[in-house]
Structure formats: structure tokens, C-alpha cells
Design a protein around this ligand. Sequence first.
Ligand code: NAD
Length: 321
Amino acid sequence: MYIVPEAMIADLVSREASFEAVEQVFAAMAAKDAYNFPVVREAIDHEDALYGFKGGFDRVGGSLGLKAGGYWPHNLEKRGLINHQSTVFLFDPDTGKVRAMVGGNLLTALRTAAASSVSIKHLARADAKVMGMIGAGHQATFQLRAALEQRSFEKVVGWNYHPEMLPNIEKVANEAGVPFEAVDLPGMADADVIISITSAFAPSLMADHVSPGTHLACMGTDTKGKQEVEAALLARAKVFTDEVAQSISIGEAQHAVAAGLIAESDVTEIGAVINGTHPGRTSDEDITLFDGTGVGLQDLAVASKVVDLAIERGVAIEVDF
Ligand code: NAD
């Protein structure tokens, strides 16, 4: 088997490669060539940790496996380690033999940023100029960096619950040569694309903060009870997701569905837009909303790419196992 340690990932994988891998696997999911296994997520009653597995099989891309890991809230203060910890295991679909073990921390950020970028590519207006950010934490910097590559953005407007964190995303905007302005939530009405990536359990962005024609990528809500935007916004929008089952149970759509504002059948897999079997945005006035819940197949797709690159460059550690 091959081992690709966390420290090697940054030199191996690019935003472009992550984007390609995620776009392909979303398309494969919609074509029913790939599917995710039920997610396991457990509060293990030790170190207040949440631990679990996200797995799947992509018949076309040939990736089979899982990401194991979770959230250890005391890592940073107690041990100087990051709180999110994950590792990807890939298996040979023909034999069941383990193929690779890959550090999953940076990959998670890259594959999550790739997901919102794929949604912007396929759903945002071609003339989008103003990028809106809600959230300024670890993931937000990756999200913004990748999103700015999708359109000719001329300005970034940002809001965060903890305003002292806004310099994190201002720095990314400046590095990309795009001016940044901190705004209040009604200021999001100027945005053509909005990404939300927070750990909120109550909505910040309300339906009347969003202008017609906007594309939203709601990326923070990945657990029951979390919520970033008002449920009424989903009723105004064309709603897309990575996986419908997750969207309506642990994603942003859980609240709109529970309130009877939209039905499961109103939520479309983004892969259908990529494959051309759903038209996606049909007017410059449409509000489109991508509910990015995060699926195991994204992790496997990006990890497979990393293993191939590591082998090609002769840096993968090979172990007889
Ligand atoms: P982080 O701790 O670095 O940042 C958290 C962000 O949430 C900050 O901007 C913070 O100000 C904001 N926030 C905290 N409490 C809030 C509140 N009450 N109301 C509004 N905003 C609040 O975390 P991160 O690593 O950037 O992750 C952000 C979220 O993204 C987490 O909820 C995580 O579970 C989720 N996530 C989703 C995916 C996916 O695939 N969809 C992948 C990775 C992470």
C-alpha cells in the first residue's frame, strides 16, 4: 500500500486538480455511477470528541474507501494540534486490498472549497462581479481563494459573527488583487455570489438580504440543527446540493423541508446540471442555492488524485502490507 502523509499534500495537490476531481464525482453521483455509504458520526464520550466515517464507491473513477476522523475540541489548547483530524483510506475495488492511506486535513478544506467553486461555475451568472462572504474561519479562507478563480470578481464584501476575524478573508481578497469591504448583513444585497461557511445554529442571512440573480453556496451546515440562512430563502431559490438525502436531513434544506416550505423533490443534485440533464439557472433573475453538505466521495476523489500524483512523482511511501 501507499502512504501519503499530511505534510506532503500541499505540494502535491492544486486547487485545479481538486476542482476537477469534485466536479467529476458529482457528475458520477447524478449518473448513478457513484454512491455514498450512510455516514457514521459518534460522540465517543472521550475528550468531547466527535468521530465518524464517510465512505463511498465511484465505479467510474475507481475509488472505494472512507474518510475516518472528526473533531477534537481540546486539541489546540492541550496539545498544539488542529481540532479537525481526518485520514482517508482507499481500497482496490477489484480485490478489497487496501491501496492507500492519505492525510485528510488539508484535503477536506480543498474538496469543500472545490464544491462551492463547482456550484459557482455551473450556477452563478456569467457577469457576477461582487463576491459575498459570510464566515471568516479556517474554511472561509480556502472557500474565498477558490471562488475568486471562477468569475472576474471586482470586489469582496464580507460579514462575520466575530468581526475581529474578518482580516482572515480580507487578506485572501487582497492577495488575489480584489478590494475587500466589511458590510452588515443587508449589505449582502450587493453580492452576485454569496458563500456562507460558519458553524452557526441559527440563521444570519435572511431572505430579504439577497437580491434576485444571486447564487449562494451554503457550506457550513453539515449536521442536524445547524443553520446559516433563513428557511424562506430556500423557498425563493432553485435549490441544488451534492446529495439530496444529506441536504434534507443534515444540510441547509433540513429546515425548509421541516417547515413545509419546500419538498425533497425541489432539491436537485448539482451533478445533473454538470451532466446537462437539468438546466440549472434559466434566468438572470433566478436565485440559485447550493447546499454543500460534504460527501465521502469528494474526499475519495481528491485523495485518489493525490495518490496518483505521489506515485508519478516518486514520493509515495510504499509499504508491503
Ligand atoms: P472555524 O471554527 O474556523 O470558523 C467558524 C466560523 O463560524 C467563524 O467564521 C465564526 O465566526 C462563525 N461562527 C461561530 N459561531 C457563530 C454563530 N453563532 N453565528 C454565526 N457565525 C458563527 O470553523 P471552520 O473550520 O471554518 O468550519 C466552519 C463550518 O464549516 C463548520 O460548521 C464545519 O462543520 C463546516 N464544514 C463543512 C464542510 C462541508 O463539506 N460542507 C466541510 C468542512 C467544514
